[in-house]
Design a protein around this ligand. Structure first.
Ligand code: SDX
Length: 378
């Protein structure tokens, strides 16, 4: 076996062979199963794209209808999960509530039958169908309200927005939300997907796989950045404050949230589409001063950091879209998870197909042959 040099963050080291998605970080290209993200955002729906990723091909009409039907009729959550969620502290972060709820779902389906396609299909449907319901339920319950039952006549995105706001969503907002889910569903070997694959490689159940990935997505260097971007734009407060704010961050060697990427050295193609979606919302529902601040920030950061290939990533403009829809800031990352669960499940399936447990090595840099010192001599 050849010994590889240690690379912090496993930069540049392939962790799996995968045919699910592809990124060209120099050209700013993202494909799902070979199809460009721009084309899917324009022509597909979230559920159709999820099907493509999980089962490898675009569904025909019957396959898509069957998948949509199954998801639609599995959206309700068990009363015991709902009662458990009621006991969560209202001050808890919705990502933590989601991680606990996704793991709890596994309690009801603890029999693992990983070689059975029916088991796999059921798990995919159950997780994709109930995760939006869990996110919406926690949002209402932490405000002291009862959760709203899903509506079978609404599509995936329309139903989520309905469960969140207790009213039918505006059709443009629902369409844009669905495109946001397409943009967030999958992204090669990112940290949460790696976490999902490591967990999957032990042959544990898919609920544990998703729960571990949710926990990983929540951090501010990963999916949690979308929440921090809005907090940063609010803190900046005006276009004039952008330059001094950026200068101060750079002087302190702090990271600017929503910028930079391990793979992209140009603007993330998803950020370009999200910016365009935000503009569509502002046109219909009114201007947002934070958009001007964001644009100025993009200009200033490009001026200072384009030499390092640092441009807006997916998390920079998504928050402005969700904010205009009236979605609370701490739900941005759970919404990322609603989308990404399909990507994680595609990787779960792929990992199972050619599984070998992840067990990398380490470079030990500690001491050897140290005698045990009795406690009264330390
Ligand atoms: C997501 O991997 C994926 O695909 C993830 C994702 C997905 O869809 O799954 O795309 C979603 O997680 C988007 C990223 C969200 N995170 C943020 O926006 C947080 C801010 N960004 C950074 O912390 C950073 O850019 C990362 C975490 C995204 C990437 O980290 P890397 O690859 O480990 O890069 P690094 O921290 O080692 O930085 C390399 C250089 C450093 O400068 P030097 O020391 O070499 O001079 O670039 C600089 C960094 O200081 N740098 C930044 C910066 N990002 C990198 N400087 C200021 N602000 C930044 N945001």
């Amino acid at each position: 076996m050849t010994v590889c040099e240690f690379r912090p963050g496993l930069e540049g080291i392939p962790a799996a062979q995968s045919s699910i998605s592809y990124v060209d970080g120099q050209k700013g290209i993202l494909e799902y199963r070979g199809i460009r993200i721009e084309e899917l955002a324009e022509k597909s729906t979230f559920l159709e794209t999820a099907y493509l990723l999980i089962w490898g091909e675009l569904p025909n009409k019957e396959e898509l209808e069957a998948f949509e039907h199954e998801i639609r009729y599995h959206r309700r959550i068990k009363y015991r999960i709902r009662d458990m969620m009621k006991c969560f502290p209202e001050s808890g972060h919705p990502m933590d509530a989601l991680q606990a709820s996704a793991a709890a779902l596994g309690l009801f389906y603890s029999r693992r039958d990983l070689h059975n396609p029916v088991y796999i299909r059921d798990a995919v449907v159950r997780l994709m169908a109930t995760i939006p319901t869990m996110v919406a339920a926690f949002q209402l319950m932490r405000q002291g309200n009862d959760p709203i039952k899903p509506r079978d006549d609404l599509d995936y995105s329309g139903n989520f927005l309905y469960m969140l706001n207790e009213k039918e969503p505006d059709p443009l907002a629902a369409k844009i939300f669905d495109i946001c889910l397409i943009l967030h569903v999958e992204h090669t070997m990112n940290a949460s997907t790696f976490s999902a694959r490591v967990t999957a490689s032990t042959l544990t159940d898919p609920y544990a796989v998703v729960a571990s990935a949710v926990g990983t997505l929540g951090g501010p260097l990963h999916g949690g950045a979308n929440e921090e971007v809005i907090q940063m734009l609010e803190e900046i407060g005006s276009v004039d404050n952008v330059r001094p704010y950026v200068d101060d961050l750079l002087q302190r060697k702090a990271k600017i949230m929503g910028f930079g990427h391990r793979v992209y050295k140009v603007k993330d193609p998803r950020a370009t589409i999200l910016q365009n979606l935000a503009e569509q919302l502002f046109e219909k529902f009114g201007y947002d001063k934070y958009y001007e601040i964001a644009q100025e920030m993009e200009r200033v950061v490009a001026e200072k950091l384009s030499g390092k290939g640092i441009y807006p990533n997916v998390d920079f403009y998504s928050g402005l879209v969700y904010r205009k829809m009236g979605i609370p800031t701490d739900l941005f990352t759970p919404i990322f998870a609603i989308a990404r669960v399909a990507g994680w499940l595609a990787h779960w399936k792929e990992q199972l197909a050619e599984n070998r447990i992840f067990r990398p090595t380490q470079v030990y840099n500690g001491r050897h042959e140290i005698p045990y010192l009795p406690i009264d001599q330390r």
